[in-house]
Design a protein around this ligand. Sequence first.
Ligand code: GDP
Length: 463
Amino acid sequence: MNLLDTIAAVSTPYGKGGVALIRISGADAIAVADKIFKARSGRKLAEAEHGKMTYGEIFMPGESDSIDDVMAVAFRAPRSFTGEDTVEISCHGGILVTRKVLSAVLLAGARAAEAGEFTRRAYVSGKLKLNEAEALGDLLEARSESQLTLARGGMKGRLSDRMGELYDDLRKVLTGIYAVIDFPDEDLSEMSREEMESEIGRVAADVRRLADTYGTGRAVSEGIPTVICGRTNAGKSSVYNRILGYDAAIVTDVEGTTRDVLRETAILGKATLLLCDTAGLRRTEDKVESIGIERSLKEIDDAELVLAVFDGTRAPTDEDVELAQKVNVSGVASIALINKSDLCAEQSSELLSLCSTFDKTVSVSAANGEGFDALAAAVEELFIDGDIDIKKDAVVTGARQFAALNSCCELLYRALEDMRCGVSLDACCVGIECAMSALGEVDGREIGEEIVADIFSHFCVGK
Ligand code: GDP
């Protein structure tokens, strides 16, 4: 990928629409557009005002019939999304007409953009920090209000600002230590050794706190691996469908209907669930169903949340008891769902006592939707930190950011330990520099080319 080329792509989704947007970015963007765009006013885009729309027509190079009436806007570097000269052409949103406008742009000298290349250029030119580019990716994927709130906060630099503060704090400590090392007799450093230690400890604790917001960020943005399990006919598939809001799984009163593991992503309150429905647990001679049951049990081992469904109209069976034991042993977060509340207001004391071994118990009716708000609240209590205000606070939303903060924190505690043990200040500085380096990975000031390429490969073409 040559980042000096002038690139172009359709930035709106493929398909028929009122308008489509073709974006051109790079040093030659305006010259390329001027080869194929003729303004009604006769003025070249090169002479047009920054950011002002010009009405005109697009022509294939060398042809006299126009392809479409369009609006074109020129943005001059660095005042554009990519930080480069950019032209945006809004044409009519037919599939063929859009393709032809893009072809004209490519024939005029632009190269087809790769996936995520516009955003990558914005990062390279310093318009976006790496975590802000990731937040933009989250914004494009957002399906819930909470996901959108976090993504907007990330794009506005809430995380970058917080980590910039921590980075500056560490730089100050480091400068102080170097002053002591380089000019031991001058008494240049404002900080005593004890103060340095306490400052490193404070920053380490702040980094830890920031890293820990990932529990909430992940539950909202990426999702909690969640398995719905229980014995046959308890209502697992009905619960699965109710959470998803549509009939994704087949529901019948025939035992053993769900045989394979079904997976979907669902929004439940503020949380996102990476949900799977599993085959019902029961003794069976059926080979296919037995394999399904084995898979159900395996899913419990891999999950971070188990929604164990019990039939509230019946006393617990051996399968119910075995399930509760398995969940308890696995130590995974668990919610007992006592289903079919529409049929029976009171449950047997055996069932209630079995459910009390779970982290939470919620009574629901998959048939009429009763209790699902309480289920959402229970999930939030288990996974979302109530002290975090997702509208205001810096929140870590990606595994990459979390890993970087984690390693920064470990390196700082190691440096602190070294200082307390009387290790030379030089050696402690190396540790702090490594910690700063790890911290810098969050916003991309210290990051390898491969990781950058990996991040932007998840974007679509045109973004
Ligand atoms: P699964 O085998 O555990 O997946 O159970 P299903 O979701 O297939 O449901 C088994 C039967 O119970 C079906 O006939 C459902 O219509 C019924 N059922 C499930 N949930 C409820 C509920 O909340 N109330 C009532 N009345 N019936 C339910």
